[in-house]
Design a protein around this ligand. Sequence first.
Ligand code: ADP
Ligand code: MG
Length: 261
Amino acid sequence: MQASVRLSGVTQVYVTPQGASLAVENIDFTLLPGEFVSLVGPSGCGKTTLLSIIAGLIRPTAGLVEVGGVPVVAPSMKVGYMLQQDYLFPWRTIRDNALLGLELTGRLHDSSKAYTMHLLEEMGLSGAADRYPSQLSGGMRQRVALVRTLATEPDILLLDEPFSALDYQTKLQLEDLVSETLAKHKKTAVLVTHDISEAVAMSDRVVILDRNPGRVRKELIIPDEIRRLSPFDAREAPGFHPLFREIWEEFEAMDRREGEA
Ligand code: ADP
Ligand code: MG
């Protein structure tokens, strides 16, 4: 099967007035079509950098990035990006916010509008279409941001800590909704999170990144019996806790090393 995303030997050096810093080094990473992969790791290990590279927002200093077998040289409509902050425009209604990506890419027509309205309905937002972002809860706003991202029909979704600003209950509800929606629409996804439970509960595979410089430290395949459950139910599965622990221990080992350095 052809990879949906392939990173080969990706290295990113940021140059600032203070000097050059190696953010990620020699990352090899492959994502199969339909796969849901989480990237976890300590703050500053290069997770956002990697998403920006996959999105074509940053050209890496070295290495190759391919989406659907084609080298990435600029942002493309194949890839959708969703962030922790929803970046909805306060002066636009929910409907008009949801249509924004289509508008910006010149693809606003009857069928794409109808598809967006269908997505709003799927996300339980059709009643809110004429409201403004300030009238919505944080969870609803993130659902609008997801609709806006899905409306342009990307094959791949990049999710940078999309649940981290939400209260716990909303976060759990949204994890289930996102998981179900992405599976139904057969999307490939990369989720960045610092929440180990979330990574295990939502993913097919978890990639642990190390810091200074960012490197792949370990990869864990999530077994079928957890994968086929919703994220909420996965947390109760017998195999869940050992996986949580395994990742936790990697984090502890990284902390210990930093402490000794
Ligand atoms: P994470 O998302 O895992 O917290 P980032 O990808 O944001 O990590 O950052 C990785 C490293 O690169 C950090 O040391 C950060 O300070 C540095 N960095 C990120 N973006 C820039 C930038 N635009 N210019 C300079 N350094 C950056
Ligand atoms: Mg980040």
